[in-house]
Design a protein around this ligand. Sequence first.
Ligand code: ADP
Length: 470
Amino acid sequence: MEIIHLSAECYPVAKVGGLGDVVGALPKYQCKAGHYAKVVMPAYNTKFMHQNEWQTDHEQDINMGGHRLHYKVLKEKTNKLGFDLYCILIDGLTNRDNVYSENDDTERFLGFQIAALDWISQWKHQPDILHCHDHHTALIPFMIKFCGRFNRLYKVKTMFTIHNGLYQGWFGWSKIVYLPLFEKSKVGLLEWNNMINPMSSAVRCADAVTTVSKSYMYELMQDANGLEQLFAQLHQKCYGILNGIDFETWNPNTDTYLEHHYNETNVHEVKKIHKKEICQTFGLNPDNPLIVFIGRLMPEKGADLLASAMGEAMYQTEGDVNFLVLGSGGDSIEDDLNDLKPLCEGIYNVYIGYNEGLAHRLYAAADFILMPSRTEPCGLNQMYALRYGTIPIVRRTGGLQDTVKDLGEYEGFGICFDRATIGDIVISTRRALLLYNNKDFFHYLRSKIMSFDNSWEQSQKNYERIYESL
Ligand code: ADP
């Protein structure tokens, strides 16, 4: 099958979170399975764009709301990622330093979607599947069905994957003029609660809808930031498929970000070296267990609880644990985490910012990873942690619930809690400390979790089954 992934992110070209990881890995595994998978994404001003060679495969003008936009389709020349990568450049609109957070994201991603369809609809052949990821590409299923100028693609099957249901890409009716002409009787398929809601449109117009774990699909039917009714009504075409992890990028035995490599047999000695280095860099105590948080500092990740919960846990354990946070996000959360530093010197630190290399080194150095998420569609960090012999401490929600079994359960290997509260985080920290002090069992567990197979192979097959059914 020929599968075209359309996405705002793709690692290592541009990544903000899990979406980038998924789109950077799934097509590679699909190609390995014999499919012809490609990625089409916007061309940003990222390092990857500047460091690689590109050829212009196509260029043309499009009209968006009366504005003439010139787009170029740039193809990466060497197949560096293991699949064909196309970046669409619309000068002044796509080529910014950041993927998101501009005040004109609606126009940027609409321009990208229109240009992508303009190009694909001129191909001599038709692809089998257009696989759209998150709200930035969510108007594509509507446009190929109801915008006359793309009607060559009318019969191409579409899949829409939700990586985060909280962000739906809403915009006001004044911007409807940016859409190419469409069948007016279908305008209702764009609307939800008096706004244009791209995610709701994709859920209705795509041939299949998936999200990144079974539990999260179930949760979306109960609460989806206003769309729950829609998921419940359309449940027959909705599926939960757990993400995998890229075993080539995330392998402690070959990881290019790590100076010391390890596997299940030398994990204890080598992790100790990593931990010592990180503790030295951040002024922490190498004899204490090291618990890390890596991620966006947003309430949905439970990051607003971190400063108080970590402060309380360090107090209750009389300074017997280290905490280290890597992330960026909400200003007040960042301030709270910074304010804790002088109070807990020697056992706590925080690095505000995005740092891919440091994230890899933390997975290798840490004893535990903490994920107190309020919602977590899949969560990749806990799967990376397992692969690096780092025990997950997670709230039972979404994909965390589907991938981590509590130690109290049969064949359990992690620490799970039910509520996103300071109390539950403190109790879980105390459990972690007990486990850490039970050295033989702790070491046994660490080697065991490294052998789990959370790779993309199984998930790839699940996607394949749905594509085939379409
Ligand atoms: P989400 O997509 O909701 O942010 P995921 O768990 O699916 O969460 O994916 C998070 C990915 O982003 C992981 O690869 C994680 O290591 C990475 N990440 C998040 N924040 C940072 C950061 N500040 N520095 C480096 N990597 C980060």
